[in-house]
Design a protein around this ligand. Structure first.
Ligand SMILES: Cc1cc2nc3c(=O)[nH]c(=O)nc-3n(C[C@H](O)[C@H](O)[C@H](O)COP(=O)(O)OP(=O)(O)OC[C@H]3O[C@@H](n4cnc5c(N)ncnc54)[C@H](O)[C@@H]3O)c2cc1C
Length: 305
């Protein structure tokens, strides 16, 4: 039953008709619950409030799978503007982005050009840019581009997904690039040819990756809402005397708020992933796929406009 629900929401997440409808409906239904607002400016008060509570942020302008050069350029300008505003407003925030929104599916030279504009600005303002990891078919391209950028830029990081068989090897191969990785379990629907079908195998692999990356000495983000993974990270850090300044936890905005604040109180770095923009539909469906318990909260939010 759980698998059917997950597959159902992942299927819905790809519907362009529903996506269009949701965009017309507006982002206000999700604002302040799972997203920051319709644009970066309207998200600033939320970022400030999170910062005041000791939480750092990474913002993400919603939107993926762009198939027009013009839209990819607009998205690029939006990322650049977000970085400039983060610096200008002195916000404690990184920027996360999806390369399909910058033209990854259109032309590699286009995405290179767009990323260069973003990373030049990020370097100038010392704002970290994290390249989110999308589905498996785009993983190799994403990592190849990450390697290219990493040779030229300090303020760039990416994500590794524990559900993919390939990830442990990727982590080892990328070690010479001194990467700042965000480690996640993985959010897309993947075939058993490329990803562990059983959750317990994903969890085991996730632990293995956390340990390896922490012991490598490179700064690490552990992005999960799972207490078991959080406890495991704390344990490894204690056992190997890895300072709390060498890693951070990350969670999505609107999820486990109390736990986020408890981690801050315990002295851990805690970063909140805050999406914003009109294109909230696919993101929202993936969150429902992960945790159908979010449905109750979603319906409550939608009827309370
Ligand atoms: C900051 C951040 C960035 C991400 N970036 C990416 C990315 O670039 N690419 C990608 O593929 N995926 C990304 N993800 C999603 C990730 O891959 C997982 O799909 C998602 O985090 C769900 O897995 P989990 O580790 O939180 O726990 P799960 O395995 O989903 O859940 C384990 C347990 O944790 C608890 N739990 C989970 N969620 C909640 C909740 N909302 N409230 C209360 N308890 C809960 C429950 O006890 C649950 O049984 C990101 C996630 C985060 C937090």
């Amino acid at each position: 039953m759980e698998v059917i629900t997950r597959d159902f929401f992942l299927f819905l997440s790809k519907s362009s008709i529903l996506n269009r409808l949701a965009r017309n409906w507006g982002s206000s239904v999700a604002t302040g619950k799972i997203i920051g607002g319709k644009d970066f400016e309207s998200s600033i008060p939320i970022i400030r409030k999170l910062n005041e509570q000791g939480l750092t942020v990474t913002v993400d302008h919603l939107g993926e799978f762009v198939d027009s050069r013009e839209v990819a350029r607009e998205r690029t300008q939006e990322c650049i503007r977000a970085i400039q505003l983060i610096a200008q407003e002195k916000l404690e925030s990184h920027v996360s982005l999806k390369m399909t929104s910058l033209g990854l599916d259109i032309d590699l030279d286009l995405v290179r050009e767009n990323m260069t504009g973003i990373l030049d600005t990020a370097e100038q303002h010392q704002v970290m840019v994290t390249i989110d990891m999308e589905d498996e078919v785009r993983c190799q391209k994403t990592l190849d581009l990450f390697k290219e950028f990493r040779q030229r830029y300090e303020y760039v990081s990416t994500v590794l997904q524990a559900y993919l068989y390939r990830t442990e090897q990727d982590l080892e191969e990328l070690n010479p690039y001194k990467p700042f990785f965000r480690l996640v379990k993985g959010a897309y629907k993947e075939s058993p040819q490329v990803a562990f079908p059983d959750k317990k195998d994903v969890d085991e692999n996730y632990k293995k990756l956390i340990k390896k990356q922490l012991l490598s000495g490179h700064y690490t983000a552990i992005a999960t809402h799972d207490d078991k993974m959080i406890d495991f990270t704390k344990e490894i850090a204690r056992e190997h005397q890895i300072g709390k300044d060498r890693f951070e936890f990350q969670m999505l905005y609107g999820m486990r708020n109390k736990t986020q604040l408890e981690l801050v109180k315990e002295g851990y770095n805690m970063r909140v992933y805050l999406p914003y923009g009109d294109d909230w539909y696919g993101y929202f469906m993936r969150r429902l796929a992960e945790r159908p318990a979010n449905i109750a909260f979603a319906f409550k939010g939608m009827t309370k406009k």
